[in-house]
Ligand binder design. Structure first.
Ligand code: ADP
Ligand code: MG
Length: 536
């Protein structure tokens, strides 16, 4: 029985559509005109260009922007050759692309056919896959493989050669090897031990630098990389196409001092960027001889190129970033975690008061201000104990001039002690003040409860307790509840967020959030001149 017939051109178009291909760029001519027409009929947007090279560049950019390859359609011989630049560009950029090239009729091959050229062979150097379907019937299977190959692993270009006589050949639908749309690229995670190793290298670093490449942009890792930057207070440098993965105006962006950042970093985390000419191969004099590289890439063969890495994380950037975040989020919290959540949750237009040593230093880089005269801190004289008085004044002035404005007063535990009794004043006048104490059990650093107990066993506390230590786990929030305000004792990011949410929602009730952090948590040493300048 005669089944329904379908042409080669129609099979190509339908198979592409089936693989969720949306865009095709090209120039028509013998033998591919019918393919463009069939593509439009199948719902693919076809853009006719003026040179195959531009068409191929366009199709590859679609792949980068959408994660699904664009298709470039070219005629045989010169058309195909003009597209080689685009194929190379896509493959070197690690961008997915499908090129479909018409070629001579099979029965004229080696006879000097019109625009005859060994296209499959020529395509090999520029593509992850360069193939010709062995029959019209297998076209859907070959297209599925090409699309899959272009997006799985390290993305790149794939070439499919279509002999001219395939285009209008009619075949019976029942003989066609139809295949389903390929699954989205598998997301791989790095070895757990490699992630822990990277975390400990990072923890010991003095001048870490995150380099963000376009692989990070391609993997849509922006939200998680942003969290990691905030959580760890990491300085970062985007490569040209990775600009904006974390906004250029983020306070930790060191792009303005790129050379200096590269030269001084003792640990570099490479997020989807290659140590090629753009990054001076990772070698001296542009990098330190002893720089430790933590390399993250989806392509195993890339790991170790030019510099032997200190840790290698093979996997998808976004997934690996999440692994890193999970480690960093472990308890107790550190300053960067605490400030990250504070920054996310306090009103942008609040008045910020801060004092303390690390609390104020780190707060300066982590908590931005958008308006003048809305930040009060220890000031020229470096005075501790000004915080609550300043907060009360700010709340009084705001009451008259900017009603509804909240004052957020962020204090170190030691700094709070200098004026803690003013909490009674705050409650007496019912001022909209939120006090957050970043409590590390001491001045600069403190002791955890166990070390404290051990210490006391040594004898008279006055001779053995370190002068920087304060009583561990003090419940300063009870001072607030003693006077009728709301007090919160928090140890986890979740408790912190809940307490912040409640205090920001009910801003009229004075509140105090006592946040316990790791007593050993310290400021990351950022001896980068451009960063320390902002710390002065
Ligand atoms: P840049 O030009 O921004 O320096 P490169 O093109 O040199 O970036 O490097 C990009 C790297 O990102 C490549 O090595 C590529 O293998 C890698 N890459 C691409 N996609 C991903 C992904 N999803 N996860 C991890 N690495 C990726
Ligand atoms: Mg690069």
């Amino acid at each position: 029985m005669e089944g329904e017939a379908v042409s080669g051109a129609q099979l190509i178009a339908q198979a592409l559509r089936h693989q969720n291909i949306e865009y095709m760029f090209g120039i028509v001519g013998i033998p591919v005109t019918e393919i463009a027409i069939a593509a439009q009929a199948a719902g693919i947007k076809y853009v006719g260009m003026r040179n195959e090279q531009a068409a191929c560049y366009a199709a590859s950019a679609v792949g980068y922007l959408t994660g699904r390859p664009g298709v470039c359609l070219v005629v045989s011989g010169p058309g195909f050759l003009h597209a080689l630049g685009g194929m190379a560009n896509a493959t070197i950029n690690c961008w997915p692309l499908i090129v479909i090239g018409g070629s001579s009729d099979r029965n004229q091959e080696t006879m000097g056919a019109f625009q005859e050229f060994p296209q499959v062979e020529a395509g090999r150097l520029y593509n992850k896959l360069s193939v010709r379907p062995s029959s019209v019937e297998v076209i859907p299977a070959v297209i599925e493989k090409a699309v899959r190959t272009s997006i799985y692993g390290r993305p790149g270009s794939c070439y499919i050669d279509i002999p001219g006589d395939f285009v209008n050949l009619q075949v019976n639908k029942s003989s066609v090897k139809y295949v389903e749309c390929c699954l989205p690229p598998p997301i791989s995670m790095a070895e757990h031990s490699a992630v822990s190793k990277a975390a400990s290298i990072l923890a010991l670093s003095k001048q870490p630098l995150l380099i963000i490449g376009k692989g990070a942009a391609y993997s849509h890792a922006e939200n998680n990389i942003r969290k990691l930057v905030d959580l760890c207070g990491l300085p970062f440098l985007p490569t040209p196409m990775a600009k904006g993965v974390v906004p250029d105006n983020h306070p930790n962006c060191v792009a303005a001092a790129r050379s200096m950042a590269l030269q001084h970093a003792d640990v570099i985390i490479l997020f989807g960027a290659r140590l090629n000419w753009i990054l001076h191969f990772g070698l001296p004099p542009r990098f330190r001889q002893d720089v430790k590289v933590i390399q993250i890439d989806v392509c195993a063969e890339e790991l170790g190129n030019n510099v032997k890495p200190a840790a290698i994380l093979l996997g998808d950037i976004n997934a690996v970033t999440k692994q890193g975040l999970a480690l960093q989020k472990s308890l107790p919290m550190n300053y960067y975690t605490v400030f990250h959540h504070i920054r996310e949750m306090i009103p942008k237009n609040c008045i910020l008061v801060s004092e303390g040593a690390n609390t104020m230093d780190i707060g300066r880089t982590m908590l931005p201000n958008c308006y003048p005269r809305q930040r009060l801190d220890a000031g020229t004289f470096g005075t501790m104990g000004v915080g609550l008085g300043f907060a009360i004044a700010a709340a009084m002035v705001a009451k008259d001039r900017a009603p509804g404005k909240q004052v957020v007063c962020i204090e170190g535990d030691s700094a709070f002690g200098f004026s803690g009794m003013e909490v009674e004043t705050i409650c007496r006048y019912n001022l909209p003040i939120l006090i957050i104490i970043v409590n590390n059990n001491g001045i600069y650093t403190g002791l955890d409860a166990n070390s404290w107990k051990e210490m006391l066993k040594l004898g008279n506390p006055a001779t053995c307790v370190p002068p920087v230590s304060l009583l561990p786990n003090s419940h300063y929030e009870e001072i607030m509840s003693a006077f009728g305000g709301k007090g919160y004792f928090v140890k986890t990011p979740e408790e912190l967020r809940n307490a912040l949410k409640a205090s920001v929602t009910d801003k009229q009730t004075p509140s105090l959030i006592n946040v316990m952090i790791d007593p050993q948590s310290e400021r990351k040493k950022q001896e980068f001149p451009w960063l320390t300048r902002s710390n002065l």
